[in-house]
Ligand binder design. Structure first.
Ligand code: G6P
Length: 372
């Protein structure tokens, strides 16, 4: 009913709008006054966490993209090797796991069959499993050694939005907590990141306030057949997620690529007026990557692409090569996905509407895939 949708036309719009609160709620009560993490709810002892020599993330769909992003944060902050794998692949391989492996199963619903089977597979091999889940008491957390709940609230629209942002927050909390219990040399950085994380909710709010041009752009592209997405570093999984959203909702051919792979294939797809969304890393910090992406944008535009550039406010270098600019607030590199994903959700949702598609219940898809 309209009341359930809180005045929005679709649950998806409501859930996109709820993201600042979802992010804040997922941090709530997990950081103490001194700026340290208090994750006692993760019932894996600090001594066991100190022994962990490998992290393996398993998930499906949008949750898998959260895992891909988390890998960058986990390896950077903890120096523990981290693998990310689709649960449906992992469960049918012969993965190398033992008692020192920490397996993180990410699932909004807590009922995805492949993710459940993957975690059973891991536990049989003596690994500890930590679930990151949005649904209290669901099967995946019940069968895991520990759970860190995301506090996104119920997500009804099939295409995941607010759960994704909170999955990122939860993964980052786990990464920082691992760093904290292991006493990594990143102590000061950990506290700084925690401070930055607590500002993300406000930044997402600001992004949401500036989405009207993104909606207008989406409507203008309603008759296109293909949209490509390019990103690099943590922007690469963001590109994959932008493409997935567009497939799910707009039923358009959409593909995400690592920008560094452009010359290994994707550039052959560039032709006159093909929309290409580019997620640009911050010009501060890792400026090498920024400069490389700017030359990618130049290259594809020279071949006729219609460039849609998502860049940090004040990033003047991209302006001459962007047909459309979507500004996002400046954040530390690892946190950028939390703001960069939001315009892509809005973009896909608006395109679906413009194409007359059912936004909350896309054809052939289910909210939770409980069969193989
Ligand atoms: C389905 C949903 C996706 C979701 C995926 C994983 O494909 O349509 O939105 O990302 O399942 O679901 P989970 O509940 O395990 O996060």
């Amino acid at each position: 009913s309209a009341a359930e949708k809180g005045g929005y036309d679709y649950f998806m719009l409501k859930e996109i709008a709820e993201q600042p609160k979802a992010v804040a709620d997922t941090l709530l009560g997990r950081i103490d006054a001194a700026g340290s993490l208090t994750l006692d709810e993760v019932r894996i002892s600090p001594s066991e966490l100190r022994e962990v020599d490998k992290v393996v993330i398993v998930a499906c769909g949008t949750a898998f993209h959260a895992g891909l992003i988390a890998k960058y944060a986990i390896e950077h902050w903890t120096r523990i090797p981290c693998e990310v794998e689709l649960a449906s692949e992992f469960r049918y391989r012969d993965p190398i796991l033992d008692g020192r492996s920490l397996v993180i199963a990410i699932s909004q619903s807590g009922e995805t069959m492949d993710t459940l089977m993957a975690l059973r597979h891991a536990r049989e091999q003596g690994s500890k499993v930590l679930a990151i889940c949005n649904t209290n008491g669901s099967t995946i957390p019940r069968e895991s050694d520990a759970v860190l709940y995301t506090h996104a609230g119920p997500e009804v629209a099939v295409a995941s939005t607010k759960a994704f942002l909170t999955q990122l927050v939860a993964c980052y909390l786990v990464a920082l907590y691992l760093g904290q219990v292991r006493g990594t040399k990143w102590g000061d950085e950990i506290r700084a990141v925690i401070r930055d994380l607590s500002q993300i909710s406000g930044e997402v709010e600001r992004v949401l306030d500036t989405m009207e041009p993104v909606r207008a752009l989406a409507r203008s592209l309603a008759d296109k057949n293909t949209v490509l997405f390019l990103g690099r570093h943590v922007g690469y999984p963001v590109a994959l997620e932008g493409a997935l959203k567009l497939k799910e909702l707009a039923y358009m051919h959409a593909e995400g690529f690592a920008a560094g792979e452009l010359k290994h294939g994707p550039i052959a797809l560039i032709e006159e007026d093909v929309p290409v969304v580019v997620v640009v890393p911050s010009p501060r910090g890792r400026s090498v990557l920024h400069d490389k992406i700017v030359s990618n944008i130049q290259e594809i535009r020279a071949r006729g692409a219609r460039t849609i550039v998502i860049a940090e406010e004040g990033d003047e270098a991209v302006v001459p090569y962007a047909d459309h600019l979507i500004w996002i607030p400046a954040t530390p590199t690892l946190l950028q996905p939390m703001v960069a994903t939001v315009p892509l959700q809005v973009f896909a949702c608006e395109l679906a509407t413009a194409r007359g598609n059912e936004v909350d219940q896309p054809r052939n898809l289910a909210k939770s895939v409980t069969v193989e």
